[in-house]
Design a protein around this ligand. Structure first.
Ligand SMILES: [Zn+2]
Length: 257
């Protein structure tokens, strides 16, 4: 069995087909999925999804791209959702994304920090989105060493991965690992210790080979991600499935059983 630790089943590209997408995942052995809500409206769709499918769990947070568009009481609203929904397993995805000209670091940082405070108070793990912002994210996380976390869709260098691993982070590998032009991600997929590695799709984005540019990504395709990571590490698919599943359960807790 495999767990897709990061997907967006409430994205408009998947939502109309959601039930079939979940069934296709289960059919290939992806028996658990964590669907991520990126902003206040999406959080409600995530709550709907986790109520519909016993295999689907959720995480909610404000994505750094949306840091400028949130109501001032967003933390209170998230707290209320967590209180009523034991199947919401983590605060995520939150973090820093300095990619592109519209990125606003000054806006993103306090939103990130408020959510780490929430994770700490609720004793929940955090799912971090970090793009072109590893130094700042590492410096903020120095104050939150007690909040277990995964750096999802890791796209940093091997050296950056090493800094995160020394802090106790888990590292999430997506279908980028199958792309020709991604030697850094393959290097990271090899160096992460067996007990810190997670696999994910980040669907509907980042379809892996061999379905890249052919199909919209969905949790079933985490099979392709895992196969490539296993080949890269020289282990069999079954061993990789076992270790990454154990890691997901250690990070996200016994409710994921
Ligand atoms: Zn995501």
């Amino acid at each position: 069995m495999l767990i897709d630790t990061h997907c967006h089943l409430t994205d408009q590209a998947i939502l109309p087909d959601q039930a079939a997408v979940v069934q296709r995942a289960i059919a290939v052995g992806v028996q658990r999925m964590i669907t991520i809500g990126t902003g206040p409206e999406d959080h409600l769709r995530v709550v709907d999804a986790i109520g519909l499918y016993p295999q689907v769990f959720g995480a909610i947070a404000v994505h750094p791209h949306l840091a400028g568009e949130i109501p001032s009481d967003f933390i209170a609203a998230m707290r209320a959702l967590f209180a009523g929904q034991p199947r919401l397993l983590a605060v995520g995805e939150c973090g820093l994304d300095y990619h592109g000209p519209s990125a606003n670091a000054a806006l993103q940082r306090p939103v990130f920090i408020q959510q780490l405070e929430l994770a700490r108070q609720l004793k929940l793990p955090a799912i971090l989105h970090v793009r072109d912002a590893h130094a700042d994210a590492l410096s903020i996380m120095a104050d939150y060493a007690d909040v277990p976390h995964v750096v999802h869709c890791f796209t940093g260098t091997a050296e950056e991965a090493d800094r995160w691993l020394k802090r106790g982070a888990y590292v999430g590998i997506t279908g980028i690992v199958t792309y020709k032009n991604a030697p850094d991600v393959r290097a990271v997929a090899m160096l992460v210790p067996e007990n810190r590695l997670l696999v994910e799709t980040d669907s509907p984005y980042l379809s892996p080979e061999p379905v890249r540019k052919i199909k919209i990504n969905e949790p079933a395709f985490v099979v392709h991600v895992a196969a490539r990571v296993a080949a890269q590490r020289g282990v069999c698919a079954e061993a990789l499935a076992q270790s990454t599943t154990a890691n997901a359960r250690r990070l996200f807790g016994p409710r994921l059983e």
